[in-house]
Design a protein around this ligand. Structure first.
Ligand code: WT7
Length: 647
């Protein structure tokens, strides 16, 4: 079995970074981080005012600030500064839901639209620091709205279009958004989602929103509330295209993005301006070996951090042509990605393992029908990529002549932290390989002791700040400290388990906390459990991950019925699934529900999840010490039931 794939010969010597240069730059970035980042900050960003200090931080208090005293305008960096040389270059290349439904916005177009929308926001009373919620279809106007916020110093909070009314409401309330930008409908594959209707439901309990701007994606009738709701096309037609970009502090908040953790409601991950933009621009250039005339296609949704950093901010800061894809990989068939790649001559393609597995299932015949000759770099993100999916991607899509970059990072990290570099890093299928510049990964054991050397396993921490790191949990700094800096004092704890092999390569093994990566979507077991209980039919629930062929991780719910199990069966299952869809989103729907007489609890009432994880993984023995359970007999009953539940 081939374990290491050397740099493809066609890429050797032709990329920005070679094996030797990586080592040299990495060493410099670790030995002299301030000098390193200072140099990069000059190269990637246009500043209005220089910094007085590069970095100030205290990992015990979770205080992190980069380029203190410096000023910039993020929107100007992503748009205005390209007008001199790239005014007519396509900034956003939109491929709509139907194949060939294409829109192109040049940098000049983007500038005009962004200025107009910034004026629209101002006319609705939005000022620097105010929050604006964006809950939209995947159209270029999402990027326009985000950049318009950045232009005037407003803080955007993009909410994934798949979230339910309750999820939208909670997010809007948590950060007290003043304006909501939405669309009338989402079209995704064969389905449509009545987005405005869901938004209206959310707004019934979110009085902080004063104005709603609605982008008309389809011609379906849409109800508009006079005085509050405005059509995007109406307000844009009336708006001026003159909007000066003011300078903001490097640490001025840029956006909030909600993400799930092991406990409680999703938290508002807050990113700021200078450091974030520098980090996304730099990683976009080097990880994808991005070149001026490349067509760059990240197939994520802008509702997730991948879309923020690698559809919008990183690529646009670098003056790239970024493809925005509205549809799904299987519409009208599982060859859609390849069709988009050939038609637009895509050079760099970035997607998730779950999407690769989904299209790979249909066999190699589909990609074989396409040329795919334009491709040079293929990226993967969101979950560990299994060997089979990696090889399929490498061989069937990349035709064994493209670099695969398995990029490990998180909403919290703002950008990619561990990844191969094309042309520089020999690849091993399933390993995210080596840290990027300035990143100091370390593995720790349960007692927080750093595990040195190679061929070891532990919990992944990062021991020094990088510019793209999140700065706080919006409105709850204490939660920021507790979640990331308290378990292993002095280090940022990622929540991931990890192996460092004999060559010093990192292999992410998945979450070690109560967070699940389901089809690349991040969900907390606690939020799913509370949604299940809200169905009314369940007294208690415990959710764990289980292996899933396509999603990587599926959701396994152990439920104790309220009436002792008399009702049971199909009706209860439906009620549970409905509740989860309503409270969170269809993405959180359990893949398997097992009704159990009780949960394995210790005498102090804590659920022993490791037992449930074993059962969900098909291991019905080897439970280890269960003597501390209040009622050990429940374990056998659950195991017996699990064997009987149809998969
Ligand atoms: C979690 C973060 C990063 C943007 C999308 C997900 C998992 C992410 C990889 C990878 C193995 C990965 C981790 C991480 N993850 N990329 N290349 N290999 N695992 O962002 O929703 O914040 O999720 O995704 O478990 O902690 P997110």
């Amino acid at each position: 079995m081939q374990t290491t794939f050397e740099v493809p010969s066609n890429l050797r010597g032709s990329t920005y970074i070679s094996t030797e240069l990586y080592q040299r730059m990495y060493r410099h970035s670790i030995e002299e981080p301030l000098a390193f980042w200072e140099q990069q900050a000059h190269e990637f960003i246009s500043w209005r005012k220089p910094w007085r200090s590069v970095l100030e931080f205290d990992y015990h208090k979770a205080k992190i600030a980069w380029f203190l005293g410096a000023e910039l305008n993020v929107c100007e960096n992503c748009v205005d500064r390209h007008l001199v040389t790239r005014a007519n270059k396509t900034a956003i290349l939109w491929e709509g839901n139907e194949p060939g439904e294409v829109r192109k916005l040049s940098y000049a177009d983007l500038h005009r639209e962004v200025c107009k929308f910034a004026n629209v926001l101002k006319s609705r009373g939005v000022k620097a620091g105010d929050r604006v919620a964006i809950y939209m279809p995947m159209v270029p106007e999402v990027a326009v709205a985000m950049l318009a916020c950045a232009r005037i110093g407003a803080v955007h909070s993009v909410i994934f279009g798949g979230f339910s009314a309750e999820s939208v409401r909670d997010r809007i309330l948590d950060s007290q958004c003043k304006v909501l930008v939405t669309g009338n409908e989402i079209v995704r594959g064969p389905k449509t989602i009545a987005l405005k209707q869901i938004a209206d439901e959310a707004l019934q309990q979110a009085p902080c929103v004063e104005s709603v701007v609605v982008f008309q994606r389809t011609k379906s009738p849409t109800s508009m509330q006079p005085g509050r709701d405005l059509w995007w096309h109406d307000v844009m037609a009336a708006a001026s295209a003159e909007c000066p970009a003011l300078a903001f502090d490097s640490e001025h908040p840029l956006f909030i993005l909600y993400t799930s953790g092991s406990t409680g409601k999703p938290k508002g991950v807050m990113h700021t301006s200078g450091g974030y933009l520098l980090y996304t621009a730099l990683t976009h250039k080097y990880v994808f070996d991005y070149r001026e005339n490349d067509i760059y296609f990240c197939a994520a949704d802008v509702g997730w951090v991948t879309g923020h950093s690698y559809i919008v901010y990183g690529p646009l800061a670098n003056g790239a042509t970024t493809v925005m894809f509205e549809s799904i990989p299987t519409y009208p068939n599982a060859g859609r990605y390849w069709d988009v790649i050939d038609r637009h001559q895509v050079n760099i393609f970035y997607t998730a393992p779950t999407a690769i597995r989904t299209v790979a299932k249909e066999g190699p015949e589909l990609p074989a029908k396409f040329s795919l000759a334009s491709l040079r770099v293929l990226g993967s993100v969101g979950e560990p990529i299994n060997r089979d999916a990696w090889l399929w991607y490498y061989e069937q899509v990349g035709r064994s002549r493209c670099s695969i970059v398995d990029t490990w990072w998180q909403t919290e990290t703002g950008g990619i932290l561990i990844s191969p570099l094309p042309g520089a890093t020999p690849q091993k299928p399933g390993s995210a390989t080596l840290p990027l510049f300035g990143i100091r990964p370390c593995l720790v054991d349960d007692d927080g002791k750093v595990i040195e050397g190679n061929g070891v396993k532990g919990k992944l921490c990062i021991s020094f700040p990088w510019p793209g790191q999140m700065r706080t949990v919006y409105g709850d700094h204490e939660r920021f400290v507790q979640t990331y800096f308290s378990q292993f004092p002095g280090k940022y704890f990622t929540g991931d388990g990890c192996t460092r092999d004999e060559d010093g390569y990192y292999w992410i093994t998945g979450r070690v906390d109560d967070v699940l990566n389901v089809a690349g979507h991040r969900l907390g077991t606690a939020e799913i459990e509370s949604a299940i209980v809200s169905s009314g039919v369940v007294a208690e629930a415990a959710v764990v991950g289980m292996p899933h062929e396509l999603k990587g991780i599926g959701i396994y719910a152990f439920c104790v019925l309220r009436d002792g199990g008399k009702s049971g069966g199909a009706t209860a299952e439906l009620a549970i699934k409905d509740a989860v869809r309503k409270v969170i989103s269809p993405i959180a729907t359990p893949d398997r529900i097992q009704f159990v007489p009780g949960l394995p609890k210790t005498r102090s009432g804590k659920i022993m999840r490791r037992i449930l994880r074993k059962i969900a993984n098909g291991d019905f023995e080897n439970f280890g010490d269960i003597t501390t359970l209040a009622d050990p007999s429940v374990v056998d009953e659950i195991a017996k039931g699990a064997r009987a539940v149809p998969a």
